[in-house]
Design a binder for this molecule. Sequence first.
Ligand code: NAD
Length: 277
Amino acid sequence: MTLEIPSKALANGVTIPYLGLGVYKMTDRDVAIQAMRKALEFGYRAIDTAALYHNETEVGEAISSSGIAREDIFVTTKVWNTDQGYDETLRAFETSLKKLGLDYIDLYLTHWPVEDKFVETYRAIERLYEEKLIRVTGVSNHHIHHLEKIFAKANVQPMVNQVELHPYLTQEALREFCNSNNIAVTAWSPLGRGGILQDEIILQIAKEVQRTPAQVILRWHYQQDIISIPKSVTPSRIEENAQIFDFELSSQQMMQLSQLNRDQRFGQNPDNFKFDF
Ligand code: NAD
């Protein structure tokens, strides 16, 4: 039996599953395909990749060999920083499409707001949307000031902003801004790269609800209307991370988790992104 993962309606009515598989650092071909196949078999219907992850080909293979209809799977990919600008983004999109072996992508994102380029990058994403090559427009790692610059030029506002978000980095102001502009928020590193799973409060709540720390955190995201894309290649964890739709956290537990915020990033701050990998 496959699990039913609920979906969220975006600004244009297209729906995105609340939970998808993140595939960053899945560079070993067999491991990557196996993890994605496992996730799809279990009921995942969304995969989050990027040109940077060097596994778009594997994503395409996992999808085409899954036996699941293309239109039932929500595929996200992203234009990398060195490919930004209007024409460059259109070209990068073509490359991603080819590698994925698809004829459209569900959601295409600006990976990081490269200064002096991200507005033009988004204009190209708008064009891809107008040409129906993507179903949803979006950005990633955009602060409020980046979004405001885009709003000034865009005909179609971004429908998704994918940002680092977890109990140690709750991003209240950005989320409120996105909410009031009908931009859905996706949490990357929703588990804080695994670095918050030993937190005492999280462990205590996990005990109270008889779930794992990862499930508690992912449920906390879901109850706040946040889409999340945890990464794992371990079959048991891939299953565990999706089993969050059959229990509830109390408002007290939700508050305790939100109060863990310490504005701590495990990744980079979009305002001073550095290539260090
Ligand atoms: P994550 O929060 O998903 O944590 C992944 C780590 O947690 C891995 O080490 C994994 O082994 C461990 N883990 C996963 N499930 C677990 C479980 N049930 N129990 C114990 N440990 C578990 O962090 P991430 O990989 O950085 O982020 C997830 C996805 O977000 C990425 O794969 C990628 O798709 C996306 N992402 C996007 C950006 C961006 O700039 N847009 C940046 C980073 C990541």
